[in-house]
Design a protein around this ligand. Structure first.
Ligand code: AN7
Length: 371
């Protein structure tokens, strides 16, 4: 098998690149689709639940899929600097891909409200880190204004290349399963990702005409894995930050899942279209439900995702319990970011480590009490 070189190489026939496009990549994508075994049994669910673990991208979140495309196109267009507002993961990815491209990056983050690992990444990759005394939505407005005025490429998901890169997750799921799942569940913040998932699934199905032979082998998709249908899309938000449930922007979003602490999502219409066209819905989860799902996944399946990502599972668990999901169906849950991004939240909700003398009897006593 050829050395995997990232999603633009892999899906270049479905992305807006040409042979002369200078690809900026950290070999992102190709993330594992991990079948969960204990959870479906525990929940009494007869179908399959698979986790698409985006935390295993190079900077630890799905943002790398969009960032490889956005930075590639920015460099192709001659940009020497990029800018974004971020709840953390976008800033980490922007900083890393800018470093890879040898250009400058500027990131606006809400002061005190981004997880430690993400801040470390942005700083370590050499971004100019600008902490604003405001939230993500304030930052988003500012970077739109600033990028209109200065020669800096905006790499938030209002940049269409971001969604182009992110749509490849759907191709990977179809490649792995040989078909689209029945349901695809994911957390929703700025709403770019649910929109990109739907775009990917929609393109994979539209091209079904190729599989039908209408293209007579001329279409670049010919003979590649295709889906015959699209999944039902379920988007889950944190209750304190749920504009899609409230029917409009939320002015002071608040949640422990800081990645999705967003009150005024940019991809509002696209996300609604994804949910409506697919026959899906939005729902909300409390912070307690989110943290419980994060822990459950870590302790029953060995998969450590960040709180925002666990919103996928928290919402799914509720919908399974309410009987809203068809028995026997195949569900894919996107786990958008790695648990290591936010060590503070993980440690705060776990029992403290045992403190014992460095002596064998004390340690074996302790072990025997736990056996
Ligand atoms: C782990 O980094 O918006 O609905 O600025 O980091 O596409 O916004 C992060 C979003 C879910 C929500 N899970 O995705 C940012 C940022 C994680 C995230 C989302 C984010 P969108």
């Amino acid at each position: 098998m050829a050395h995997y070189q990232g999603l633009i190489h892999r899906y270049r026939d479905r992305l807006p690149v040409s042979d002369s496009t200078p690809i900026v990549s950290l070999n992102e994508g190709n993330t594992p689709l991990i079948e969960l075994f204990r959870l479906p049994r525990q929940l009494g669910f007869s179908g399959r639940i698979l986790a698409k673990f985006e935390g295993l991208n190079p900077t630890g979140s799905f943002k790398d899929r969009g960032m490889t495309m956005a930075v590639t196109k920015a460099v192709e267009a001659g940009s020497r600097a990029i800018i974004c507002a971020s709840t953390g993961n976008t800033s980490a990815a922007a900083a890393a891909y800018a470093a890879r491209a040898g250009i400058a990056s500027f990131v606006l983050i809400p002061e005190g409200k981004i997880a430690l690992g993400k801040l470390a990444q942005a700083m370590m990759h050499g971004a100019v880190v600008i902490q604003i005394q405001g939230n993500f939505d304030d930052g988003m407005r500012l970077v739109q204004e600033i990028s209109a005025e200065l020669p800096i490429a905006l790499v938030n998901s209002v940049n269409p290349y971001r969604l182009q890169g992110q749509k490849t997750i759907a191709f990977e799921v179809i490649d792995a399963l040989g078909e689209a799942p029945d349901y695809h569940v994911l957390p929703v913040g700025n709403a770019g990702n649910i929109s990109a998932h739907w775009m990917g699934y929609s393109e994979a199905v539209c091209q079904q005409t190729a599989a039908c032979g209408l293209c007579k082998g001329q279409c670049p998709y010919h003979g590649k894995p295709m889906a015959t249908r699209r999944p039902v899309m379920l988007g889950y938000q944190a209750a304190g930050s749920a504009p899609f449930l409230r029917g409009g922007p939320v002015s002071n979003p608040e949640t422990v899942a800081t990645a999705i602490r967003i009150g005024n999502p940019m991809s509002w219409d696209l996300a609604w279209a994804a949910v409506k066209e697919s026959g899906g819905w939005f729902d909300e989860c409390t912070d307690a439900e989110i943290l419980e799902a994060q822990k459950l996944l870590a302790q029953t399946e060995g998969v450590f995702c960040e709180p925002s990502s666990a919103t996928s599972l928290a919402g799914l668990i509720k919908d399974l319990k309410r009987g809203k999901i068809k028995p026997g169906s195949t569900i894919v849950a996107t786990l958008t970011g790695h648990g290591l991004k936010d060590p503070d939240t993980a440690i705060a909700q776990s029992p403290q480590p045992h403190r014992v003398a460095a002596e064998r009897p004390a340690i074996s006593d302790l072990i025997q009490r736990h056996l």
